[in-house]
Design a protein around this ligand. Structure first.
Ligand code: AMP
Ligand code: ZN
Length: 496
């Protein structure tokens, strides 16, 4: 546990103290979606993880430029960067223009991110908006001897690069193993080596998305856009680059190679990889056919779900597991997360009524302040939201026992309640991005309204205005609300 932020850098394979290049500014790049179909709940996990990382960096006071791209040039389906253009397949299937597909699914992606209360990035650049910059990077790579042209396509020359820089440094893969592991793939005949990857592909005349280049009409390789857009907006060396674990190889490995081959610098100094969401033990993915759409979770329309769950319940479920661990989703987990969500907000709701009853400020209670500080320490320990939540649950237990009278308020100071209020507001709302359960907020309102009515009734009784006090009781009774007068003058109410 630490009072300074430490990040597990997947490039170095160790946790490191986070030292931004130009504090208080931080550059954060996250690989965005390929907008050829709706994101599934696994994609939402990855983007929610980075949303919390972004929110926490902002909470710490950093001025974060958060860049998350939109892959709209249609990236290629296989690891070598060859095969069919996914954007075009979807366009043909739906009889839409490629840019119509892009627009449709970009809007859909934004809607889903909004639904899940994720903050928008500072810049959301598109691959098709950066074709010129991609061509320029390819030209530099050819000039530096790390790329070659064949028949209108350009490939990255992994062998020549590996003589100067270690290819495989991020994923830990060895070039010999990679060569041996490759099967015969489309376009292999024109490449110098099986592991070379496409920077630019020649387009056949019927190919819809194509651009003019020094090598003829064609389209860029997928890995290139992230090298170009991250360095354009954040600099040749910047702070954090993130993405799902499945992008580490080849996508991020190729990005580092492209960056070093062009600028002699690898781009990001801290690499962060979030782990996969599994369903029934299998990675959720469109190609495996086990993808559940976010809206199916919210409406409960998927056959594997018992009912719909609020997006905050799903966010909370994600947060209960560290971002770098796999998460297997199931109904029991969702039900527990729903209870936990309600409990946390119920406790948060009690704080307003406790603050008036606590003692005047002196020292804060050791336990409460230690648990509150622990929330920050846990987040500083590589954004450990799971441990932070454990602290919040413990604090929630303390709040509930204060509210219920099991713990007396003389043991707690006003400053304790204020610290609890700040901690719950910061972590639940600002950092974890959770929304209040509807039920709880309307209950809170009912509490407030009832407190006003009860005090009016007390006033009437103190004035021996029995007619008014009885009228209030009878009319509330007719509305299904029972008022009970306790022995000690305490008045409580219950709803039928
Ligand atoms: P894509 O649109 O397929 O490029 O994916 C967008 C992001 O979602 C990438 O960072 C992927 O690594 C991530 N991703 C894909 N499948 C999953 C999954 N099952 N669980 C978590 N993240 C995923
Ligand atoms: Zn990327």
């Amino acid at each position: 546990m630490s009072s300074e932020l430490h990040i597990y850098n997947t490039h170095k394979r160790e946790k490191e103290k986070f030292e931004p290049l130009n504090a208080p500014h931080v550059g954060l790049y996250v690989c965005g979606p390929t907008v050829y179909s709706e994101p599934h709940i696994g994609n939402v996990r990855t983007f929610s993880s980075f949303d919390v990382i972004y929110r926490y960096l902002v909470h710490l006071g950093y001025k974060v430029r958060y860049v998350r791209n939109i892959t709209d040039a249609g990236h290629l389906t296989n690891a070598a960067g060859e095969g069919v253009n996914r954007m075009e397949s979807a366009a043909k299937l739906e009889s839409l223009e490629p840019m119509e597909v892009v627009q449709k699914y970009t809007t859909n992606f934004h809607d889903i991110m909004n639904l899940f209360n994720a903050k928008p990035p500072s810049i959301e650049p598109t691959a098709t908006g950066h074709i010129i910059e991609q061509i320029e990077m390819i030209e530099k790579l050819i000039e530096n001897g790390f790329a070659y042209e064949v028949e209108g396509s350009v490939y990255f020359d992994v062998t020549s690069y590996n003589k100067k820089y270690p290819y495989g440094e991020l994923s830990g893969r060895k070039i010999e193993d990679l060569v041996a592991g490759y099967r015969d793939l489309d376009g292999q005949d024109e490449k110098r080596n099986t592991i070379d990857f496409a920077l630019w592909k020649k387009a056949s005349p019927e190919h819809i998305m194509q651009w003019r280049s020094p090598w003829g009409m064609g389209f860029p390789g997928w890995h290139l856009e992230c090298s170009v857009m991250s360095t354009k907006y954040l600099g040749q060396s910047f702070d954090i680059h993130g993405g799902g674990m499945d992008l580490k190889f080849p996508h991020h490995e190729c990005e580092i190679a492209q960056n070093k081959g062009t600028y002699n610098e690898g781009g990001a100094r801290y690499w962060m990889h979030t782990n996969m969401l599994n369903f029934n033990g299998q990675k959720m993915s469109k190609s495996l056919g086990n993808a559940i759409l976010p809206m199916e979770f919210v409406t409960g329309t998927h056959e594997l779900l018992d009912k719909g769950y609020h997006p905050s319940v799903i966010r909370l479920l994600f947060l209960q597991t560290h971002y770098s661990s796999e998460l297997d989703i199931n109904i029991k987990g969702l039900q527990d997360a729903e209870k936990a969500w309600k409990k946390l907000f119920e406790s948060k709701g009690h704080l307003a009524s406790l603050v008036g009853s606590a003692k005047t400020p002196t020292e804060t209670s050791g336990k409460i302040s230690a648990l509150c500080k622990g929330c920050t320490d846990n987040m500083n320990d590589d954004f450990n939201s799971a441990k932070t939540l454990a602290n919040l649950f413990e604090l929630s237990g303390i709040i509930n026992s204060l509210k219920g009278g099991q713990t007396t308020l003389d043991q707690v100071q006003v400053s304790d309640i204020e610290l609890l209020t700040t901690t719950f507001n910061n972590f639940l709302l600002d950092i974890f991005g959770l929304q209040e359960p509807q039920q709880a907020s309307s209950n809170d309102k009912l509490d407030d309204v009832m407190n006003v009515i009860i005090s009016l009734r007390k006033q009437a009784r103190d004035n021996k205005d029995w007619a008014t006090s009885d009228k209030i009781r009878d009319e509330l009774q007719a509305a299904g609300i029972q008022i009970k007068d306790g022995k000690d003058g305490e008045v409580s109410f219950s709803v039928d």
